[in-house]
Every structure is written in C-alpha cells, then in structure tokens.
Write a protein that binds this ligand. Sequence first.
Ligand code: ATP
Ligand code: MG
Length: 227
Amino acid sequence: MLQAENVNAYYGKLQVLHELSLTITDGERVGIFGHNGAGKTTLLKSLVGDVSQVDGTIHYHQHAILAGQVHLNVRRGIGFVPQGNNVFRELSVEQNLRIAGLMHDTAYAESVYGIFPILKERQLQQAGSLSGGQQQMLALGMALMTRPRILLLDEPTTGLAPIVVKDVLSSVRTINQSEGTTVLIVEQNVQATLQEVERAIVLKAGRVIFDGASKQLLEENNLWHLF
Ligand SMILES: Nc1ncnc2c1ncn2[C@@H]1O[C@H](COP(=O)(O)OP(=O)(O)OP(=O)(O)O)[C@@H](O)[C@H]1O
Ligand SMILES: [Mg+2]
C-alpha cells in the first residue's frame, strides 16, 4: 500500500501540493487527471522521493519515502517513468533493456518481450529510430526491468496518434494484470485512460477534487466541471 498523508510540496516559495492525502492499494490501476500545472508531475515525483521540499508523510509498505532517496525507493519497488524521452536513442532496444535491468536481472528482458512482442521484433534496432509508440513501450519495458511493484507513469502517450494511444494504454493494463503491478498513471487522454483504469483521481491546483471509480467519471456527462 502506498499512502500519502497531508502532503505539501513546494518549489521555493511556490506551494504546489496542498494537504494532499491518498491511499493506493496493491494491484490497483489508478488514473490521475487535471489541468496543466495542477501538480500531477509534482505528485508522482513526491511519491518517488524526487521533490526536495515536501512535508506530511508518504509511506510505501511501512517504509517512509524520504526526499532525495530516489535510488532507495526504486529498490523498494517503486518504478517511475518521467514525462518525455526516456530511452537511450543511440543504443539498440536490447541494450536499453539490459542497462535498465543491470541492478536486477538482465535476462528478465525475455519477459518484457512477452508483454511487448514488437520490441522482440525490433531487438537490434536503434531505439532512436523506433516510432513514438514503440519508444514509449520501450520506456515502459525499461521501467519493468527494475521489477517494480508499483509503476508511476507520467503521460506515457504524449504526442502519440490516437490509435497508438490505445495500444500504449492497453499495455499498461496488461502489465497490471500479468505482473500484478500497481499502476498510477497521469494522463491528458482522459477518456481513453478512464477505459483502462479502475479508479480516477482529479487534481485541481494541488488538491484532490475527485477520488472515485473511473466508471463514475465516464458516466457523468458534466465531467468537465470538475476540471
Ligand atoms: N522544478 C520546478 N521549479 C519551480 N516550479 C516548478 C517546478 N516544477 C514544477 N513547477 C511548477 O509547479 C506547478 C505544478 O507543476 P507540475 O509539473 O506538477 O504540473 P502538472 O500537473 O504535471 O502539469 P502538466 O500537465 O503541464 O504536466 C506549476 O506551476 C509549475 O510551473
Ligand atoms: Mg506534468
């Protein structure tokens, strides 16, 4: 279980998260939504210990998540895929996976290929020449190489065509269902993501303004009043 209680996060004098509390149960798929600047990335970074000015408490399975201890938190099973380019473009698909798995087990690449067969097909191709969607799958695969129990994904579908967005989002569900990995995903593709997650959290100006079943948001016609 990942539990944040009364978390405030700041960059200098700017307070971005305000008394934010949430609990993520093992095995859940949760979407986090909200406008640009709402604090979604800051929340994910805080959960992995990558924001230096945080107060309140964050625990993952009884361990306190401390600021500046990203390496320790990753070892405890928290995987984080940041927004943007996350692959070594000059290296092959296989080399990318092996580097990501160095701390653990490079042979696990075979299991990653099981989830993303396209990566197996492109094993020797330079990562920089993969399509955008394939690069995102490689970034997800690299995160899986660290054998996370919980995966924090920051907008994995940015810049992708709608059809590829669906592929990437459904692979997130596959990871959750085949590996039992808990998934916390920040997305701007709200409708498509709501189809893949069980629970939705909406942030507005650093506060939780909705936390409930994704179905509830899907069924609500005036969903946008929340944003
Ligand atoms: N390193 C930083 N230093 C100073 N201010 C920052 C820093 N990172 C983010 N901010 C500010 O904190 C606020 C929240 O940013 P954050 O990146 O968490 O938003 P977001 O919800 O992820 O937005 P987006 O949808 O655009 O990715 C913004 O006002 C942003 O300008
Ligand atoms: Mg962001």
